[in-house]
Ligand binder design. Sequence first.
Ligand SMILES: [Ca+2]
Ligand SMILES: [Ca+2]
Length: 462
Amino acid sequence: MSWRQLFAAMMLVSGSAAMGADESPVRHRIMLVEYGTGKNRILEVAEDGKPVWEHRPESICVHCQPLANGHVVYACGGSPTRVQEVDREHKVVWNYFGRCEQIMTSDRLPGGNTLVAEQGPCRVVEVDPRGKIALAVNVPVKAPSAHNQMRCVHALDNGHLLVANEDDAVVREIDADGQVVWECPAGKFVYEAIRLKSGNTLIGCGTDKRVIEVTPQKKIVWELTAGDVPEVNLNWITSLQVLQNGNYVICNFLRGQEGRGAHAFEITRDKKVVWNFADHSLVGMATTVKVLEEPSPSAAADLVLAEFEDWSYGDWQTAGEAFGLGPAPGRLATQGPVGNFEGQGLVNSFVQRDKTQGTLTSPEFEITRAYINFLIGGGARPALECVNLLVGDKVVRTATGRNSDELEQSSWDVRDLLGQKARLQVVDKSSGAWGYILADHFVESAHRRGRLVGNVPDPHRR
Ligand SMILES: [Ca+2]
Ligand SMILES: [Ca+2]
């Protein structure tokens, strides 16, 4: 008996649990979205196959994102179309109402913002926890019907977006200006693509009944076709997930094929199905199936470098007069309202209006996370009004405000500097208009939180 026949046989007897390579059954707790009029619901199913939590979206829902705190983020495609986060008591704890025709998917980012895939017109907006739009990127599509313009969207480490354009049957990588920097043909009704750590892209090819992994040069280096896994009855590939063990969880939307095959399965790189979910009495058709994994222990927590909540700058050194004796409680002198800083204090060099100049320099610290996230405002005057990251005396990253008293969340990608000793320096070297800088809340993090400042070389740029 071949592996394939063995698994097919086991599926008939054991339903959702198949045997792993180590002969112990693989069991997963999952969250799924069941599709269909009257059936549309978000369902959590425990390892033993029993449903343990159910939520009924107010209108058409095809996608959900379970969060580590037990909450769920999902989009409602009906009117008013929106994205919302609910807790276990079904209370809406966060929402965003779209002005577009329809929203079908969203993606909560690790830093707390949410990407929303708006259709009609087709654009991705990044919404912060207060509901403010931090970023809006137009997505060029050919599809005339709003409903079919875009499914899943993901943020990439380089600050770009990876979107699945359903009706165009392509996956596109788009920069913050809305320029397509990479594009790869996918199947009809492509629902999701994921950029892997290797830099390759995993694409679920919709009703083409296959999943492919492509290099930046679009060479297919891995492919799963219906013939590889006849027992699951590949029909319409929707959600994808990469597990911590490197296996893929693939959702198989059984529209038109109800009752036959599996709603979802876990597959190894050598194409062994080690788990499947195929309870057809519980679920008719599923558009999203997510395995609920414990967070990886290797995920490092954020490290706060400075939050400027004290009366003094502590061990940060000032030079010149621009930074006064300590953090500001907000606006200074004749300044307009200063907004969007964290807590009660921030760095504000408007001490004697634009006139004063100086620097504020942190003690040396080691770069131990992929990103440094911070809030910045004030003048848009490169080298004159800026925040710099110094290694030795060399400026290795810089950022300025954008002529605004509203601070903006920004991030440096510092992966190439990991392990190096560095200092932060806030600089005010001008006395003219917008001759001041605002800064607050420097945090080392495994995750980008805001607008990416400065770029890293990108193999996907054509
Ligand atoms: Ca602060
Ligand atoms: Ca100044």
